[in-house]
Design a protein around this ligand. Structure first.
Ligand SMILES: [Mn+2]
Length: 221
């Protein structure tokens, strides 16, 4: 158990897929009011599709001054980083919402600031606490997180691989499979917090110990 988990006041809060919705992220953080002892785990997919990926990345990076931030990597960050290395990947990424990301930076791929690239490259594939597993998309039930296939951690929707309880007995917190009705998907042993923010304006956070949920108000499509 870490020092922060011993502190009764410390919260462990997970936030679902943001996809460039900076206004919703800032509204959600105002509701949460992060405290220095809190841990906030982002489930990945900060960028693409929505209007302001640059400000989302700035906001998450700045939040590190206020509390303990654990940024997971999503498949969209991987697509962007791959596009930088492999020109053939660029058109794929641009089709998956990357163009909106470049528009928010008002540049091409070569013009993304180094500190943002360092941040996106530093995002981790999973996070594990005493009682929870956090991954972007999905995981296999009998495999420890450090041995999971990145394809499943990052890409596999819950609809393609219905979630089973993990052998560790820990509850799994994921994003990636959008819940278009704006409600969290709760299997008991697994909770999906991707409430389709870029489509409906509903961004979701959950305190995994109290199960308190914060959501932004949706917008009319
Ligand atoms: Mn995703």
């Amino acid at each position: 158990m870490t020092e922060s988990e011993l502190d009764n006041h410390a919260r462990t809060i997970a936030i679902g897929d943001i996809h460039g919705c900076a206004t919703e992220l800032q509204t959600l953080l105002m509701q949460i009011r992060p405290q220095p002892e809190d841990t906030i785990i982002f489930l990945g997919d900060y960028i693409d599709r929505g209007p302001d990926s640059k400000t989302v990345v700035d906001t998450v990076m700045d939040l590190r001054k206020q509390c303990h931030v654990v940024p997971l990597v999503g498949n969209h960050e991987i697509m962007m980083l791959d596009a930088m290395q492999q020109p053939l990947m660029q058109s794929l990424w641009l089709q998956f919402g990357g163009q909106q990301t470049l528009d928010s930076y008002a540049t091409d791929l070569g013009g993304i600031p180094d500190d943002h690239l360092e941040f996106l490259s530093s995002c981790v594939p999973f996070y594990e606490t005493e009682d929870h597993l956090f991954v972007h998309a999905n995981c296999l039930p009998t495999t420890p997180l450090e041995q999971q296939d990145p394809q499943i951690l990052l890409w596999t929707h819950l609809t393609d691989l219905p979630p089973q309880p993990h052998v560790s007995g820990k509850r799994i917190i994921v994003g990636h499979t959008p819940q278009k009705n704006g409600k969290i998907l709760d299997y008991g042993h697994l909770v999906c917090l991707d409430t389709f923010c870029f489509g409906n304006g509903i961004l979701t956070a959950m305190d995994v110990h109290s199960n308190k949920i914060w959501q932004t108000d949706g917008r009319n499509a």
